[in-house]
Structures are given as C-alpha cells and as structure tokens.
Design a protein around this ligand. Structure first.
Ligand code: FAD
Length: 407
C-alpha cells in the first residue's frame, strides 16, 4: 500500500533509507551456520535501529508505535530477502504470548533478547498423537519440591534446531478432562534431557524437528500463565500464530507472490494470453484483498479489538492464496516447474516454493480445522460433537503410545 499521512511517509523514508544501508544480500547460498549468524546480526541491527517489535508496547521492549508503521515497514521490507526466518516464532507466537501472559520477571528476562535475536524460541505443542486435537497431548510434567520434571515427545517443532527456549505445553493433571489439565512452561532447550532431531520435508530442507524430553527439569517460576490453564495460554498463542501466518506478505524471495508469478508470465511472453491474464488478475485481486483484510485486522488489534476467530480467516485465506499461486505458476512454467538448467535461480526458487507451500495448509492448524473454527465461531453453525470433552484424560484412549506410558 502506498500513500498515507505525512507521519507515515516520514517513517517510510526512514525505513527505506535504513533498509537500503543495512539489508544484507540473500543468505540462501551461504553455509547454514553462516546463514544463522548473518540472521542474528541483522536481527540485532533491526532491534538497535528500533525496527523490531514496532507495534509492541514500550514496556515489553517494543517501539510502542502503531499498525500503520508496522505496515509501512512490512511494505518496504518486501523488496528484500531479509533473513528473519529464525525469528518467526519469536515475533509471531512466543513473544506476543509472553507480552500477554508473562510475569514481569519473564518479560524482563526474555522479551528484549527475543526481539534482538539473542534468544531463539520454538513452540512445543504438537506430538505424534496430538496435532489438530492438541489437547490430547501426552507430554507429562510432574511437580516436585524444586519445580517440574517433564517427559514426552514433541514433533514438527519449527526452528528447534536453533532454539534457546521453547514454549512447552504439557499435561500436569491427568485426572481432569483433557483441556483442563494442561500447563504452558518456558523450557530451556539447552537443559539436560532435551534432544532435537531434524525432520526433512519434501523441499529437502529440515525446517522442523522432533524434540525428546527426558526427565527435563523446569523451575517453578517458568510457568506461562497459570498451572492448569495451559489450554487458555495455547489459545492465546494460536490466535497470535494465525494472525502472524495469515498476514505474512510474500517477500521478494517468494516465487509465489503475485509479482514473481507476473515476472514468470513475462519471461514466458504470455501476458497477453487471455487465460493467463485471467489467472493473473485473480491472483492479484486475492492477494490485494488479503492484504487489506490483514491491514484492517491489525488496525483493529491495535485499537483493542482482538481478532478472535477472524485470525482463522486470514490463516485459511493465506493458505488458499498459496494454492492459487502454485496452480498459476505451475501452468505458466509447465515442465519448467520440475526441470530447469543448473544455476537457473528462477527454477530453483519456483521448485522450492511449490514444494514448501502446501505445508501452509497444515502448519498452525489445518485448513479443515480453520474452516470448523470459522463455521462454529463466526457463522454460528452447530459445534462438532466432542464426546471426550468432560471425561478425565486418564480414562481416554489417545495417541500413538499406550496411555499408561504417559502417566
Ligand atoms: C511446516 C510446519 C511447521 C510446524 N511447526 C510446528 C511448531 O513449530 N510447533 C508445533 O507444535 N507444531 C508445528 N506443526 C504441527 C502442526 O501444528 C500440525 O501438523 C497440525 O496442527 C496438524 O496436526 P497433525 O499433523 O497431527 O494432523 P492431524 O491432526 O492428524 O490431521 C490429519 C488430517 O485430519 C484432518 N482433521 C483432523 N481433525 C479434524 C477435525 N476435527 N475436523 C476435520 N478434519 C480434521 C486434518 O485437517 C488433516 O487433514 C507444524 C506443521 C507444519 C506442516
């Protein structure tokens, strides 16, 4: 979006000048360790320049500015391939949840480092037997005199390979119904008993991991929110996650943003073919509608109106837009989507985009789950029957492990 008040245009000029002087070149070709150190260096520079946590409250280490400034920054940053991937969980999920629910000491200890990239965080919710129905999870935290001892396995944990801390959802009371017996904790990912194993996806990269927790000790003051109210904390984090995933703009590096697909059509010389024009127009219209929907939602959040289930609309619409883009790009590229000359950056980027994008229909809650949330909470349709809702967790048959193992 361009245009705006004098204030945001001044801000835009400041952001533009800063990015022009400080944005690093693409890091994708660097060895992994160098990619990470370059990303950390850039995040620290963002923080020092006052561009990390733009709309976070000042007392949380943010800049206390508005969604207009955040939007301006996102628009200007979209012209670059910024190495912010290691911090997506910090900025979109764990950070905002600590802002909402953290104790003063947790906020003081973690938020500045989480914003400056000194700490990397991950989200330890999903398990082999608990994804959509995450309240069925079996990781068990048992209280002793010094704190808690955790045992269990998590899976699909994005960025755990780099993480210093995780927001862990674990069962603290198996004698009450499944949603009532959970607690969220801060877990030190370098603590004894934490093992992280990478999982490769079909793009050939390993963006997520399995995490094993064996007798991991967690101090008593590491509870996020309240003991037994982990489900409410999880809802808070998932709400932030859906808004964050749904409102992410395609960056210049994304082969599935409208501009990139238009570039592909231009290189193929087919921008005047009616079928392609129609597809491109549809792609543009949906991308723009989604941008405006998200801009409005961010303004409402800033004005104190939480988006609630509308975060699911953004999340679902973002995933559907990527599918639309895969179809359009696939039609345009034809065989070029699966075979290209070595060193052809466009071919590499497109294949990576096509292989990575379907995950967005699963990560942060599947499309089917978002549709159920929208149906029940926005459209007022009847709730799905949940026969296990009032049954003590101990009496349920859940998951891939024998239930006794988890207790
Ligand atoms: C790229 C990526 C990153 C991820 N990162 C993280 C992370 O950092 N931390 C983390 O904790 N998790 C993470 N996840 C896990 C993610 O949250 C789960 O994969 C997701 O919630 C789905 O759970 P599941 O894979 O167990 O599938 P299941 O829940 O087993 O679902 C299987 C199928 O059944 C459908 N289904 C299930 N229940 C219903 C229902 N009630 N109504 C209709 N259909 C239903 C689903 O839509 C899906 O099609 C990530 C996943 C991906 C793909």
């Amino acid at each position: 979006m361009s245009g705006g008040s004098e204030m945001t245009e001044d801000y835009r000029a400041r952001v533009r000048a800063w990015l022009a002087g400080n944005a690093p070149g693409p890091v994708a070709g660097l060895p992994p360790a160098e990619q990470l150190s370059e990303a950390k260096r850039f995040q620290a520079a963002l923080y020092a320049a006052g561009f990390a946590g733009i709309a976070w409250p000042e007392e949380a280490g943010g800049q206390g500015l508005g969604t207009a400034e955040q939007q301006v920054f996102a628009e200007e940053a979209a012209a670059y391939e910024l190495p912010t991937y290691p911090f997506i969980v910090n900025m979109g999920m764990c950070g905002p949840t600590l802002v909402d629910l953290g104790t003063p000491e947790q906020k003081r200890r973690h938020l500045p480092k989480l914003l400056s990239g000194e700490e990397i965080w991950c989200q330890l919710f999903s398990e082999p037997g608990a994804g959509s129905d995450v309240a069925s999870l079996q990781a068990r935290a048992v209280r002793d005199e010094d704190g808690w001892v955790v045992n269990g396995q998590k899976v699909w944990t994005t960025n755990a390979q780099w993480a210093d801390f995780g927001a862990l959802l674990a069962r603290t009371d198996p004698d009450v119904p499944k949603h009532a017996g959970l607690t969220m904790f801060i877990v030190d990912m370098h603590a004894p008993g934490v093992t992280v194993r990478p999982l490769k996806d079909m793009s050939g990269k390993a963006p997520f991991n399995e995490v094993y927790l064996d007798d991991v000790r967690i101090p008593a003051d590491a509870v996020i929110g309240e003991v037994g109210r982990g489900w409410q904390a999880a809802i808070t984090m998932l709400g932030h996650e859906r808004v964050s995933i749904g409102s992410a703009r395609p960056s210049r590096g994304s082969a599935l943003g409208f501009e990139a697909v238009l570039g592909l059509a231009r290189r193929q010389g087919v921008t005047d073919v009616p079928a392609h024009r129609e597809r491109l127009a549809g792609l543009y219209a949906h991308e723009r509608a989604l941008e405006l929907f998200n801009a409005r939602m961010r303004q409402e959040i800033q004005a104190g109106h939480p988006p609630g289930a509308r975060g699911s609309v953004a999340k679902l619409a973002g995933a559907l837009q990527l599918r639309r883009a895969i179809e359009a790009a696939g039609e345009l590229a034809g065989a070029g989507a699966i075979a290209w000359e070595p060193g052809d950056r466009h071919g590499d980027d497109l294949a990576l985009g096509i292989n990575s994008a379907p995950a967005s229909s699963i990560a942060g809650g599947t499309n089917e789950v978002q549709r159920s949330i929208i149906g029940e909470r926005i459209l007022g349709l009847p709730k799905e029957p949940q026969v296990d809702r009032d049954v003590p967790f101990r009496e349920l048959k859940v998951g891939t492990q024998r239930t006794e193992d988890a207790r």
